[in-house]
Design a binder for this molecule. Structure first.
Ligand SMILES: C[S@@+](CC[C@H](N)C(=O)[O-])C[C@H]1O[C@@H](n2cnc3c(N)ncnc32)[C@H](O)[C@@H]1O
Length: 214
């Protein structure tokens, strides 16, 4: 199967070759129930849905959590691209900010963008550190952790995921920005502490992703 991560003229956290590397990891595990923490503009969500739709002939679930404009945790350094929707491409700027007046990191915009998979998806607006406490996630096969990047936020998310998933089944948690972005240090520290405490196996992929097996 040819795997080609598309950006759909939106913004994505997985630029250049990272999208394909990510999709190849997902394809190796072929999850039926996928969770993404940090949906942003929905591009990775859409790519995951397109892939799982082919693999499972439509029989899959995608759950995505994002602040979608809600306040981030106090210790988060909120990047500029989230504070204001800016594009380096002036045509995109004109199209999204002046003609459509559409915030691509909003619940409504992502819901519309993923309309093709409306039967498969659940989008949740809110802070993952709170949402994951109450969400029924025992049947998750694969979680992509790419929401808040501070040490506390990541460690909280990891512990909440572990408490629920490990009761019922094995799963993969893939954390973005473990190594690649050297200005982000919280993810690495949180993952290192988490795998040590829980005595879990993990693998670093392409000096960027940390793949934890639960
Ligand atoms: C790096 S972007 C995610 C990129 C996306 N996974 C992709 O591949 O395009 C991080 C996203 O996490 C969200 N976020 C930050 N802290 C969060 C939290 N505590 N709970 C839920 N979402 C959070 C932000 O709103 C932002 O959209």
């Amino acid at each position: 199967m040819s795997i080609d991560y598309k950006t759909y003229w939106r913004k994505s956290g997985l630029k250049k070759d990272w999208g394909n590397i990510f999709l190849n990891i997902v394809n190796q595990h072929k999850p039926k129930v996928f969770l993404e923490v940090g949906v942003f503009c929905g591009v990775t969500a859409r790519n995951v849905c397109e892939l799982l739709n082919i693999i499972h002939s439509g029989n899959f679930k995608y759950v995505g959590i994002d602040l979608f404009g809600d306040k981030a945790n106090e210790d988060e350094k909120v990047p500029n691209y989230l504070k204001k929707q800016i594009f380096s491409n002036p045509i995109k700027n004109l199209f999204y900010n002046i003609i459509l007046r559409e915030n691509l990191n909003s619940y409504e915009s992502v819901q519309k963008f993923l309309k093709k998979f409306s039967k498969n998806i659940t989008l949740i607006k809110g802070n993952s550190n709170k949402i994951l406490q109450h969400l029924e996630i025992e049947n998750i096969d694969f979680a992509f952790l790419d929401g808040g990047h501070s040490f506390e936020t990541v460690l909280n998310d990891l512990n909440l995921l572990f408490d629920k998933i490990s009761l019922k089944k094995s799963a993969i948690i893939l954390c973005d920005d473990y190594e690649d972005a050297d200005y982000i240090t919280g993810v690495k520290r949180a993952v290192d502490q988490f795998v040590k405490e829980k005595k879990l196996k993990f693998e670093i992929i392409e000096k960027r992703f940390a793949k934890i097996t639960i």
